[in-house]
Design a protein around this ligand. Structure first.
Ligand code: ZN
Length: 253
């Protein structure tokens, strides 16, 4: 079954490079990607970007995180605006596959009310244990909006035809997952925060934000194997890579 894949930029964040590659100096401004996948059996989002309150009151929404990650996020760049500009009604989205629970990946879930959320069980559980929420900077304001939630473990083939499959890539957070999308041109791996930058994979360098370093390194090895087998890796927050990605309404082919 063939699917259509579209990339959307839902704002930007500026931060110290060290956040993205531990020990490196300088600053970096990174895109906040979300993806729309159209399958004959349903419309899917992979991540939902940031909540629009960050456009007007970043500290009110994410507190001190707004000092470490300075938003450049304008009205219309939130997931709802992005979808509407493509003539896609946010209410018509059937599934949100969340890579993990951080604010720049689940903040837009609230704007997509009818979707079923697909998430790794260990991530969803971590999002409801106070110590783990604190340790992982999770805020239920981003993800607890009464969606139907399907907790999956490991690989999960959403439509049963191999076209959209979750790839467990734990480590950045307890239950992070990437997504494999099978295009006519081959497999694309939407890495999200299992691999922020091209350099992360080339140099096997972890970021400073990592829940389980050994596990994350293992996930990078998984990505490397997929890449060596011919898959295209879509890095989670790489501004240079992102320039090469066609933006919706253009389709990724
Ligand atoms: Zn992120």
């Amino acid at each position: 079954m063939s699917v259509k894949l579209y990339a959307m930029t839902c704002g930007w964040l500026s931060a110290d490079m060290n956040m993205f590659l531990a020990g490196q100096e300088g600053h970096i401004k990174v895109p906040i990607p979300a993806y729309l996948i159209e399958h004959p059996k349903g419309k899917v989002l992979f991540d939902s970007g940031m909540h629009p309150d960050i456009q007007t009151d970043p500290h009110g929404r994410i507190g001190e995180l707004a000092d470490a990650f300075v938003p450049d996020f304008e009205a219309g760049q939130e997931i709802k605006g992005r979808l509407e500009s493509l003539n896609v009604d946010p209410d018509s989205i059937d599934f949100i596959i969340n890579s993990h629970l951080h604010f720049d990946h689940t903040g837009g879930n609230e704007l997509v009310p009818n979707a079923k959320v697909i998430i790794q069980k260990r991530e969803w559980e971590a999002g409801h244990v106070p110590e783990l929420m604190e340790a992982n900077l999770f805020d239920p304001l981003d993800y607890d909006h009464g969606h139907q939630v399907q907790q999956v473990e490991g690989e999960f083939d959403l439509f049963g035809d191999g076209s959209v499959t979750t790839v467990p890539t734990y480590g950045h957070t307890p239950g992070h997952q990437a997504l494999k999308v099978r295009l006519d041109s081959g497999d694309v791996i939407l890495a999200a925060d299992s691999c922020y930058l091209r350099r992360t994979l080339e140099e096997m360098m972890l970021p400073s934000i990592v829940a389980e370093p050994e596990t994350m390194m293992e996930s990078l090895r998984t990505l490397k194997k997929l890449k060596n087998a011919g898959a295209r890796i879509f890095y989670g927050h790489d501004p240079e890579f992102w320039e090469s990605v066609p933006q919706a309404p253009l389709e990724i082919t």
